[in-house]
Design a protein around this ligand. Structure first.
Ligand code: HEM
Length: 158
C-alpha cells in the first residue's frame, strides 16, 4: 500500500515536470515580440504616401478661401509626387511579361497623366479663388484614385 502511494506520487511528480515547461512557454509567449516586418516601401509607395498625406491636409483646407496659399503648396507636393510616380513602375508589373507588361505600364502611365491633369485643374481653380470648383476637382481626383488602385495595385495590397 505504502509502495503504491509512493509510485502514484512519483507518477504525479513526473507528469507535472513534463507539463511545466509547456506551461512556462505558454505564459512567456505573449511577452515575446512579434517578428519584425521584413517589408520595405517601394519607391512608388513612398510617393503615394506623399500624395496621401498632402491630400488629407488639403481636404481640411480646400473649403477655406483664406487658406488658398497653403492649399496651393500642398497641391504642389501632390503634383511633384505624381510626376515622380510617372517615372516608376507598380509592383504588379513583376507578375506580367512581354506585351501584357508593356500594356500594363502604358495604361498606368496614362492613368497617372490623367491624374496630373486633374491636379493642374485643381491648382488653377485655387489660384483663381474658386473654392467650389477646387472641391469638385478634388472629388474627381478621389474617383481617379479609386479606379486606378483597382487597376494597378496588387489585389492583396488593396
Ligand atoms: C488621391 C490620390 C491617391 C492617393 C491618396 C493614393 C494613395 C496611395 C497609398 C496610401 C498607397 C499605399 C502605399 C503603401 O502600401 O505603402 C498607394 C499605392 C499605390 N497607388 Fe496610389 N494613391 C493615389 C492615386 C494613385 C493613382 C492616380 C495611381 C495610378 C495611376 C496610383 C497607383 C498606385 C499603385 C500602383 C500603388 C501600389 C504601389 C506599388 O505597386 O509599388 N495611385 N496609393
Amino acid at each position: 500500500m505504502k509502495n503504491l502511494r509512493l509510485i502514484s506520487a512519483s507518477i504525479l511528480i513526473a507528469s507535472l515536470a513534463a507539463v511545466a515547461p509547456a506551461l512556462h512557454a505558454d505564459t512567456a509567449s505573449p511577452a515575446a515580440p512579434a517578428p519584425a516586418k521584413a517589408e520595405t516601401s517601394t519607391p512608388l509607395e513612398i510617393q503615394m504616401h506623399r500624395i496621401g498625406k498632402s491630400v488629407k491636409a488639403l481636404k481640411k483646407l480646400i473649403g477655406d478661401p483664406t487658406k488658398n496659399a497653403a492649399s496651393l503648396q500642398l497641391v504642389a507636393v501632390i503634383r511633384d509626387a505624381a510626376n515622380t510616380s510617372l517615372t516608376l513602375v507598380p509592383k504588379k508589373a513583376a507578375d506580367l511579361s512581354g506585351p501584357a507588361r508593356d500594356k500594363f505600364v502604358a495604361d498606368y502611365q496614362a492613368g497617372m497623366k490623367q491624374f496630373i491633369a486633374g491636379v493642374d485643374k485643381l491648382s488653377e481653380a485655387l489660384a483663381a479663388g474658386d473654392n467650389a470648383a477646387a472641391l469638385k476637382d478634388l472629388r474627381d481626383l478621389f474617383g481617379i484614385e479609386k479606379q486606378d488602385h483597382k487597376l494597378f495595385r496588387k489585389p492583396e495590397d488593396r
